[in-house]
Design a protein around this ligand. Structure first.
Ligand SMILES: Cc1cc2nc3c(=O)[nH]c(=O)nc-3n(C[C@H](O)[C@H](O)[C@H](O)COP(=O)(O)OP(=O)(O)OC[C@H]3O[C@@H](n4cnc5c(N)ncnc54)[C@H](O)[C@@H]3O)c2cc1C
Length: 211
């Protein structure tokens, strides 16, 4: 049995203080769908789990005056999937979250969690949605963090191409069928969309870095 302290901060500063106190020995938990798996496999053995679920205000989706959405870190996949606001204005996002895992996982897993576990195998459409969200950040975001946007865009492009190769490997030994052709067509259609967007973001970032 693992000997882990379970902490429940009520505010963000309190959570940050706990993180500072435990350093590498402290692990944040939101929905816990990823953390519980790696704990079970003993890939992670923290001294403390810092549960974020009691912090108010992080589970909301709001539309800002410029039309963009602010999605709190504790908003679940299921909430994004079902939100009328997301469905109406950001259909790709609601459709993407609707494809993750199953309803039980989606009711538990959070947006902050899926972004922070940074799994290279996360759905390519999710990576694409994130990349699309990065374009305005590259163009209008804080100049001090512009290189982070460039690195983020490169990481997402890398995740996509890794997933693209996985599709190829997984389908290789399957007999030819309409279903297999469909999956390969869908995959191929995403390549130029992805590459074009990633290049566009890189160009914006390079331009802004040159000042
Ligand atoms: C059965 C199953 C099927 C799945 N299928 C898919 C799938 O089809 N497609 C797909 O893309 N993904 C899939 N996933 C992955 C799933 O999307 C992630 O496990 C989930 O989104 C993680 O969210 P969580 O809130 O549970 O995170 P947690 O497990 O709580 O945390 C995940 C990581 O993020 C960190 N973290 C969490 N919240 C924050 C925060 N606010 N700030 C900083 N760090 C934070 C944690 O410390 C941890 O490192 C699947 C997972 C499971 C268990």
């Amino acid at each position: 049995m693992l000997d882990i302290t379970w902490l429940r901060p009520k505010t963000i500063p309190e959570a940050l203080q706990m993180l500072a106190e435990y350093g590498d020995e402290g692990k944040l938990v939101a929905g816990g769908t990823w953390v519980s798996l790696v704990l079970k496999q003993r890939l992670l053995m923290p001294s403390a789990l810092i549960y974020l679920g009691d912090i108010p205000g992080l589970d909301r989706i709001e539309q800002l005056p410029d039309g963009s959405l602010r999605i709190g870190a504790l908003v679940t996949h299921r909430t994004v999937e079902l939100s009328p606001l997301v469905r109406e204005h950001f259909t790709l996002l609601s459709e993407t979250f609707a494809t993750v895992a199953n309803v039980r996982v989606r009711c538990q897993a959070t947006v902050g969690g899926v972004l922070c576990d940074a799994d290279y195998a996360s759905d390519p459409p999710a990576a694409l949605a994130a990349l699309q969200a990065m374009e305005p950040v590259a163009a209008k975001g804080n100049a001090n963090s512009i290189s982070d946007v460039g690195v983020g865009a490169l990481s997402l492009a890398c995740a996509f191409h890794g997933a693209r190769m996985n599709v190829e490997i997984n389908l290789k030994d399957l007999p030819e069928s309409e279903e297999k052709s469909r999956m390969l067509r869908e995959r191929d259609a995403m390549v130029p969309v992805f590459d074009e967007l990633a290049n566009k973001i890189q160009n914006i970032v390079q331009e802004r870095m040159r000042g």
